[in-house]
Design a protein around this ligand. Structure first.
Ligand code: SF4
Length: 364
């Protein structure tokens, strides 16, 4: 068994195992156990080791261990219309040039802020049955120039299944690049540093077509020596590593914390890319969403602390109509938005202003 598999095996999936370790009062346990029935909990032993057990507000703890606020009513299950965009089991085609593959429903830990919290999707093995169909779809759609193999977490697939995806897609001439969506550099870096076969495979296929890893660092405490080594291994294999951060209340919602995070990811060779507005997802929004006006100020404050690399970020929301950049706060109570990617061609690049209430967190 490889070290990362051992770390997954040693993880926690039951609040009862954590009660004593994290000093959780008896009176909270009944409700927390109810939450884990609805929204499963899992935290692997590496990511758990980053938690300060004596700090109930520890950011790693908040991102991985259930809290009572997940019980608050409201919110949606599918905020970006994923169900409507499915073209083949496990594959979505929302934007003209990009297809998204939900390759597995497994993750190396279950983020409490996950917008796929409803845990849709099939297992790696079930989805893998459709890889050839997916590749045929892409072959027939020459407008598609990139694929994002995500999940769950793409690197929770076995190396054998990952090779199958690469074998099928690598020679499609109109594909410019292949992206893998994985939090393993952050939450289980040993998946990369402890599995030479994976890194060699990425290096081998990356010679034929550029491979990107898109990951998600959300807090400076996640940028550890282990994470740095994983990123280094990917960079040395010729892989480009980009970061998408989710703006999360109580985790990174100050210019200083977000600014430090951006600086730290840049320092280890990761390109900051998007800051995402947290989606109004059931069991998530009440705990983690920051109002748009405040969030805009936080992102601008964090940007002011960066050099040119850190300033590359765009603050966006993944709306049902497209990826919308939030890029201005006017004095008359309106905010400015721009379609960065649009589901409908008529919206591409469209700029619009909209009245935004002080506590508003999402566009209708
Ligand atoms: S790794 Fe990604 S898909 Fe998995 S729980 Fe976290 S945010 Fe959701």
């Amino acid at each position: 068994m490889k070290i990362w598999q051992e770390m997954l095996r040693q993880g926690y999936d039951d609040m009862k195992e954590l009660q004593e370790k994290l000093h959780i009062p008896d009176e909270e346990m009944k409700q927390l156990c109810e939450i884990q029935e609805k929204f499963p909990m899992y935290v692997n032993s590496y990511y758990y080791s980053l938690i300060d057990p004596d700090d109930p507000g520890d950011p790693i703890r908040k991102m991985s261990v259930p809290s009572l606020s997940e019980l608050l009513a409201g919110g949606h299950k599918d905020t970006s219309g994923e169900q409507d965009n499915t073209v083949i089991t496990g594959m979505q085609h929302k934007y003209r040039q990009t297809v998204l593959i939900l390759s597995t429903n497994q993750c190396a830990m279950y983020c409490r802020h996950c917008f796929r919290k409803r845990m849709v999707g099939l297992s790696s093995e079930e989805t893998a049955k459709y890889i050839s169909d997916m590749a045929n779809y892409v072959r027939e759609h020459e407008e598609v120039d990139n694929i994002l193999i995500s999940g769950g977490d793409a690197f929770l697939n076995t190396n054998e299944i990952l090779r199958k995806y690469l074998d099928e897609f690598i020679d499609i001439p109109h594909l410019n690049l292949i992206r893998f969506g994985t939090r393993t550099p952050v939450v289980l870096p040993q998946r990369i540093t402890g599995d030479n076969e994976l890194v060699q495979m990425l290096a081998e296929y990356g010679k034929k077509k550029q491979i990107y890893v898109v990951t998600q660092f959300n807090h400076p405490n996640e940028v550890t020596e282990e994470a740095k080594a994983a990123v280094r291994a990917l960079l040395e294999a010729g892989i480009i590593v980009k970061n998408q951060t989710v703006l999360l209340k109580g985790i990174n919602d100050t210019p200083e914390i977000l600014g430090t995070l951006l600086k730290k990811v840049v320092s280890i060779g990761v390109i900051p890319y998007y800051v995402f507005q947290c989606r109004p997802v059931q069991g998530v929004y009440s705990q983690f969403q920051v109002p748009l006006r405040d969030a805009y100020r936080i992102v601008e404050g964090a940007k002011a602390l960066q050099d040119g690399q850190g300033k590359c970020i765009r603050y966006v929301m993944s709306h049902v109509t497209g990826k919308i950049e939030i890029f201005g706060d006017l004095e008359d109570g309106r905010m400015l938005f721009k379609y960065h990617q649009a589901k409908y061609p008529k919206d591409q690049g469209r700029i619009f202003a909209q009245d935004i209430e002080a506590d508003q967190c999402w566009l209708p």
